[in-house]
Structures are given as C-alpha cells and as structure tokens.
Design a binder for this molecule. Structure first.
Ligand code: GLU
Length: 476
C-alpha cells in the first residue's frame, strides 16, 4: 500500500516531468501544452450477463496528438481510474518519443476483474467496449491504436480487431486498428515477449556503458548477477526467463500477490511460472523459501531489482530500505516521485520505465507497419538473401580446394550463415537496435550534462525535446 501523503500517479509523473523541464529552455506555454492530457473519454455501457444488465466503466485518455495515431494499451483491472489512465497516457507520449515510434500517447482501461468472468462474457464486454471506443474514433488505424496491457492480451486484441472490422467493412487497413493481435489475426512474431525482451536488451546495453556501471557501483557482466523480480506476469516472466536462460543472471527472488520466493542459488523461472499457473500463486513452491510478506523482499540484497507489475510499489513507505544498486522499471510508474528522490540520494541508479519497458510499443510499431504494408517482414528478401550467401559459400568452397583443410568452414557456420532472416529475427534486430540507440541518446545527456544526475531526467529531456520539436514544426 502507498502511504497517504503520496501524490497521485498522474501528479507523480507531472513532478518528474517538471523536474526535467526546469533544465530546459521551453516557452512556458509549450511546457504546459506538452504536460497536460488533451482529452479523457469516459464510457459507461451496459452488457446483459447472467440474466441482468451490468454497467461497466471504461476510459480512453489521449495525452498528446503531436503525432498520430496515438498509441497505448488497454488495461483490465478493478483499480482503473481516470488519474491512472492519464498518467499512463502521458508516459506513452514520452516513451514513443524516446524510442522514435511515430505515435502520440494514449491509454485505456476498463474497471473489471477479468478473473470473475467466463471467456464468452469477456468477449461480449470487450466487443461492447470496443464498439463504444471505435464509434468515437478512439480505436482507428490512423487515429488511435490500442494494444495489450495488464489484464489483457492477444485474445482481447483479436476481439477488438474483429469488432472494428465489422464496423468498418470497407477499410482495407482495418487490422492496423490495434496491435498485439495473435499471429493468425494479423499479429507479428515476437510481440508477446517484446516488453520482456526489451528489458533484457536494455540491461545488456547498460552493461556496455562503463560510466553507467560505475555510477551504480557495479562491475563485470550480467552473468552471475543476482536479480529480484516483482510480478511474474507477461513482462516479468519473459524478462526473468531471458535474463536467466541467456545472460546467466541468477533470479534470487520472485515477488507475487501471495508472497515471495527466495533462493540465493537462483530460481527456475519456468518451473515457478508453471507452479503459478497450476496453483494460482507461489505458495507451496518447493525449491525456495516462501515469505508471506512479499513486499519486504523488495528490500532484500541483490544486484538488480526489476519491478514488473504495478505502479507505486516503491514509495515513501519503503524506498529507504531498498538495497539494490540498480533498478530497472519494467512496469509503468513503479517508483513514485517521492521514492525516486530518496533512491537518487542513496546513489541507486534507475533505468526509467519510459525506456525500460518500451519494447512492447516498439514491436507494436512493427506490427502496425506490417498491417499497413499487408506483407510479412522478410517475405520478399529472405530467399534472395540465402541465394547470395550460397554464392559466397560456393566460392569459398572452391578456394578451399586450393587452400587445404586448415581453411575449411565449420558446418555450423555454414548453416547459420546460409539462413536468411525470418520475421522473428528481423523483429529482434529492430528491437535491439531501438533499445541501443534510445539508451545511447539518454546516456549522452546523463554523462555529458553536468546538471543531469539521473537517467530518468535524461530520458525526459530527450523525449520532451522531440515532442517540442514536432509541436514547433506544426506552428505551435
Ligand atoms: N501497454 C504497453 C505499454 O505500456 C504497450 C503499448 C503498445 O504497444 O501500444 O507500453
């Protein structure tokens, strides 16, 4: 629970924005224009379920239309409220600007506990919500493109896409009205794990920045680093899985709704996930110590702390007790403005949300482009690329006959080299490049400007500069 003296989520985002903007030279009017949310729509609609009409409340907030369409997920949770969607929409604006996804920021939410409903009921509710938004152009390929967020996934996006297509039967670009769809409904390979993959790429890039590592008091590589992860949902699960299976990190703690698992030797992420799916929580998992008071584990000793669930989990109440030298915000807004200040004073380095979890929207951008171009990535080039590689291999093999055994190619090299990139590989390459370039743009500001002490401020400076430039170009 967040202490009562804490500002709201939206105020917290505004405070961080203000801190950065104070270091810029923007005309005050423009500063205000960028900060405020342009519009928030509340829709109330009824759905006949179990013999009676139930009324649902949903939101879609549009923060900035300096680029269109605006982009951002739709969240299903009982706590959804206007303040929250506005904060999340603002973060989308800054996130898209930072990673150069050509979108404005938006976010939606429906006040609902999805676990209380059957699948066919959720479909009715989702289609009705989509109808309400689509008829106001709040779902539209060139105006407003939602995506998954907490409590929603591929299934909901497929319903939304189909609902929009039914309402716009002649729109050839209908599929581009929403991203995060399943592959068979116009989705793209690698979208489900994209946010977690982005967290992995972000950490890899951070570990290529010696000055950044020094500021965090860390040395060496990701290999062997002790990681605590809060929330094993879609983002947390994939981040923890990739970091442990591919980079040698040890997942020493996993915090979930019903407590935390701790094992200094490292937890098997796949096994924990299976346990949660089968048992509804982490309680009873055999290969770890279970702590009923899960949140306390946020303060346990580790190298990297990854809050990957809700906003406000690190707040005025617990910030002073955090021991991790490096925090990467896989969730949106997990650290309140007050906590951010305390952590900064403690010398903790924070890789901010607008960068750390931008992998999702980045791959959403690729999916949107795929939908508009009506062709899978790699379809035209792949075999041509393979044929050209074959030419090189043939030529090397011809030379090989003169050079003798010492020069022959290994069969593994040949197979790897010959294979042209498929969609998944292209998506990963595009995501990796995006995460590297965006980190470098923040890093330069962080290390080179004497008045910028943290990565969050650097991230805001980079993104606000871009948003301001596009408003200026529009004549504002
Ligand atoms: N909901 C995700 C986010 O917070 C993804 C948004 C998108 O793909 O548009 O970034």
């Amino acid at each position: 629970m967040q202490p009562k003296n804490e500002p709201t989520f939206r105020q917290s985002v505004d405070m961080m924005f203000n801190r950065a903007v104070a270091k810029m030279d923007l005309p005050p009017g423009l500063e205000e224009k960028i900060r405020v949310c342009n519009a928030t729509y509340t829709v109330r609609f009824g759905v006949r379920l179990r013999g009676q009409i139930q009324t649902f409340v949903g939101y879609r907030s549009v923060h900035s239309e300096h680029m269109e369409p605006v982009k951002g997920g739709i969240r299903y949770a009982t706590e959804v409220n206007q303040d929250e969607v506005e904060a999340l929409a603002a973060l989308m604006t800054y996130k898209c600007a930072l990673v150069e996804a050509p979108f404005g920021g938006s976010k939606g939410g429906l006040c609902i506990d999805p676990r209380q409903y059957e699948e066919h009921e959720l479909e009715l509710i989702t289609r009705r919500f989509a109808y309400e938004l689509a008829k106001r152009d709040l779902i539209h390929p060139s105006q407003n493109v939602p995506a998954p967020d907490m409590g929603t996934g591929e299934r909901e996006m497929a319903w939304i896409a189909d609902q929009y297509a039914r309402m716009n039967t002649t729109d050839i670009n209908a599929r581009a009205c929403v991203t995060g769809k399943p592959l068979n409904a116009g989705g793209i390979s690698g979208r489900v794990e994209a946010t977690g993959r982005g967290v992995q790429y972000a950490l890899r890039e951070f570990f290529r920045d010696p000055k950044g590592l020094e500021k965090a008091g860390l040395t060496g590589k990701l290999d062997g680093k002790r990681v605590i992860i809060q929330g094993l949902g879609n983002v947390g699960y994939h981040a923890a899985k990739f970091l442990s299976e591919e980079d040698g990190c040890k997942i020493t703690g996993i915090i979930e709704r019903d407590g935390a698992l701790v094992n200094e030797a490292g937890l098997n992420v796949e096994n924990v996930r299976e346990w949660i799916v089968a048992n509804g929580g982490v309680t009873g998992y055999p290969d770890a110590t279970h702590h009923a008071e899960g949140a306390a584990v946020l303060g346990a000793a580790c190298d990297i702390l990854i809050p990957a669930a809700l906003e406000g989990v690190i707040n005025l109440g617990n910030a002073a007790g955090i021991q991790a030298p490096l925090i990467i915000e896989a969730a949106n807004g997990p650290i309140t403005a007050g906590a951010d200040e305390i952590l900064r004073e403690k010398g903790i380095v924070i890789i901010p949300d607008m960068y750390a979890n931008a992998g999702g929207v980045t791959v959403s951008y690729f999916e949107w482009v795929k939908n508009l171009s009506h062709i899978r990535f790699g379809r035209m080039q792949r075999r041509q690329e393979e044929a050209r590689h074959q030419l090189v291999i043939d030529e090397l093999e011809r030379l090989d006959r003169y050079l003798g055994d010492a020069w022959s190619m290994t069969p593994e090299f040949k197979t790897k080299y010959l294979r042209g990139a498929d969609e998944l590989e292209l998506v990963r390459s595009g995501l990796d490049d995006t995460m590297r370039v965006a980190y470098q743009s923040m890093r330069d500001v962080w290390h080179e400007r004497g008045d910028v002490e943290d990565l969050r401020t650097a991230a805001y400076l980079v993104s606000i500069t871009k948003v301001a430039a596009s408003y200026r170009a529009k004549g504002l």
